[in-house]
Write a protein that binds this ligand. Sequence first.
Ligand SMILES: C[S@@+](CC[C@H](N)C(=O)[O-])C[C@H]1O[C@@H](n2cnc3c(N)ncnc32)[C@H](O)[C@@H]1O
Length: 330
Amino acid sequence: MRTHTALNNGDVEILKSYQEFASDVLSGLSGDVKFLPCKYIYDERGSRLFRKIMELPEYYLTRSEIEIFQMHGEAIAGLIGIENCSIVELGAGDGKKTRILLKQLQDMALPFHYFPVDISESAVNRLTSELIEQFPALKINGIISDYFEGLRRHSHLNRNRKVVLFLGSSLGNFDPAGLDNFLSRLWNELNDGDLVLIGFDLKKDVDLINTAYNDSSGITEQFNLNILRRINDELGGNFDPGKFRYYGTWDAFCSAVKSCVLSTCRQTVHIEDLGRSFEFEAWEPIHTESSYKFSEEDIETFALKNGFDVIRNFYDKKRYFVDALWQVRK
Ligand SMILES: C[S@@+](CC[C@H](N)C(=O)[O-])C[C@H]1O[C@@H](n2cnc3c(N)ncnc32)[C@H](O)[C@@H]1O
């Protein structure tokens, strides 16, 4: 591991902070409506649970996006494969879909450098070592950080033409104001002609969506409860996860699945490192995640409003999901 020095191929850099986690938990649990940012679900256990979610029969999102990369990987690689480009993937996770693209790009014999950015230390370490084995000639440096810190760090390391991947419908975790803010920050960090490939989950039968977030084996519940376990492990909390349950359902008025953990009784939870106790009413929620779904019109509007030209949309066979390729216009 290295910090802010020149990196050798395969090195992983850590830029995340314990203080930020503690202060976000403090502010999230202190308000009238309690919330915890979903990025904190992803420690080692959270990343493992998310890999299980991706395998669930109910979770159509990953299968749909894999199908897109299988069907259109060559076309995508043909459009993004520029000599000596940097591929920066925000929230890379286990890189399941990206591997298909990396293979296509390697087959084109154009040199490129891959920078997976993810807040989950275990996800970046695992992905980096697996890819070095799978693609011995790949130039790769993992960055363990928040999205924009990682993108900025990449720019210091390397001034090449950028292709930013943001897959898995992660943009859908932002509320509408957060989404616009994310896209305008992304535009600011990029140069004219840079490309972005973003995965969007499309609006569809709400029963299908609800089922995807309420699997019969209870993995999604464990995934959401993991944020409480993580606070126990890292901040000395005494949450009893058995006294909370997951609840996630479609909100038709804002086109999103709103996920939370509900306190099943009146209780007090103490968090040692914050030196604070927090009161919970029976059935009081802690918001853990939003998963917005989009129309094709929404997606085009996001691009144009935020300074991107739409190059092409890639769909799966059922048109459940779209990966949109945009180009920065300055
Ligand atoms: C929904 S998963 C998607 C993973 C992968 N992109 C895919 O499509 O399979 C979200 C990933 O983004 C990471 N993540 C979430 N919030 C983040 C943030 N603010 N900064 C960096 N990584 C983040 C998580 O650790 C996780 O690996």
